[in-house]
Design a protein around this ligand. Structure first.
Ligand SMILES: [Fe+2]
Ligand SMILES: [Fe+2]
Length: 361
């Protein structure tokens, strides 16, 4: 179905050249893939990660003598996660018209809510904060409201990829400390199998979140490379962890996390940005910035074609096409299990704008 535009705006809508996908067609394909991925994700989440914040851990056995630095870290993790209702409602509202994305956002919210509850239990059972103190702290946190870091869906989607990876890294590094593997002198001998189990369980959820949002960004990158690469550039240019402005004593928390070897600017660049870049077929931040700059420098008279050629050179589009195809195979395998393949299968449609190697090249 064609887009419907009021007659007086018709001349400003660029026509879709013959043989290319219209934006509407692209959006439909992205939406279908998101819905398929969401269904696959939900089944997998229920099958493999159906834990409970109260019952899945032996809370009574959590150590009561953890060092103050560890408590500061856990308390900060709790503070960030307890904004789950804000994160969910804001993001949900942004993508409410998309079945796959809005339903996913609710599922995601239900998992983030478990993270908040598990970290709260960890703070409480550490026995170093009283229930009254925790109640007051929560009140203080909830008196402020988290807002979207970016106004549009694509930037927030990209932001979430980096944020989920950074969060996963934070939890994995706390897990190592709780396993007695820290190389920091002040964190020797703080083994706590329960804390390690909590951190690991939540980190596995964060990895699943990262993967969902990553697949989403790949879809956008494949069908809308220019817009998506610009969003990636903007997001990494001003990345910070969520709720940084809302949590009291953030600087103290951040310094403790840094001193503990859990997370800092170097970890972001090496273990968050570089990892996400590799997964998105982007060689480096420099290459990304140069590519975008070059597309802007293309003189008007050379037209859209020259600009498009440069953008495809900015990332490994062959790898991304492979990833998007693999995602569709995963969705199709899932649909076969149910019989959806007979009624309404999700199909991969090639983006004709992707440069193809000529025979002999
Ligand atoms: Fe979380
Ligand atoms: Fe998450």
């Amino acid at each position: 179905m064609a887009d419907i535009h009021p007659p007086d705006t018709l001349s400003t809508v660029p026509p879709t050249p013959a043989g290319l996908l219209s934006n509407r067609e692209k959006d439909t394909l992205i939406e279908r893939a998101f819905t398929g991925l969401y269904r696959w994700y939900t089944a997998r989440s229920q099958e493999t990660r159906n834990w409970n914040a109260d019952l899945s851990f032996d809370w009574r056995s959590l150590r009561a003598d953890l060092p103050e630095d560890v408590i500061t870290v856990i308390q900060g993790f709790f503070a960030v996660e307890q904004y789950a209702p804000d994160y969910t409602s804001e993001l949900l509202n942004l993508v409410r018209a998309s079945h796959g994305r809005s339903h996913f956002q609710m599922r995601w919210g239900s998992e983030e809510e478990k993270h908040a509850d598990a970290w709260e239990n960890a703070v409480l059972f550490s026995r170093q904060r009283t229930p009254e103190w925790i109640r007051e702290y929560k009140e203080r946190l909830k008196s402020k409201q988290w807002e979207l870091p970016f106004p549009d869906a694509i930037h927030n989607l990209v932001y979430t990829v980096f944020q989920e990876r950074a969060t996963q890294l934070n939890y994995l590094n706390l897990m190592k400390i709780a396993q007695g593997k820290s190389d920091k002198p002040h964190l020797q001998g703080v083994e706590d199998p329960i804390l390690a189990q909590v951190a690991q369980t939540i980190a596995i959820d964060e990895a699943a979140h990262y993967n969902f949002f990553l697949e989403g960004v790949r879809l956008y990158l494949y069908y809308y490379p220019q817009k998506t690469l610009e969003a990636i550039k903007n997001v990494i240019g001003q990345f910070s962890m969520p709720a940084q402005q809302l949590v009291p004593d953030w600087d103290h928390f951040f310094e403790t996390v840094y001193k503990a070897g859990i997370y800092g600017p170097r970890d972001f660049s090496r273990d968050v940005m570089q990892v996400a870049f590799r997964n998105l077929g982007i060689e480096s931040r420099k290459k990304l910035e140069e590519g975008i700059k070059k597309t802007r420098e293309v003189p008007d008279f050379e037209g859209e074609q020259a600009r498009t050629t440069i953008i495809w050179d900015t990332f490994d589009y062959g790898a991304i096409e492979g990833d998007v195809k693999r995602l569709h195979v995963k969705i199709q395998d899932y649909e076969k299990k149910i019989g959806l393949d007979e009624l309404d299968p999700t199909e991969f449609v090639e983006n004709p704008e992707v440069p193809r190697a000529k025979p002999g090249e």
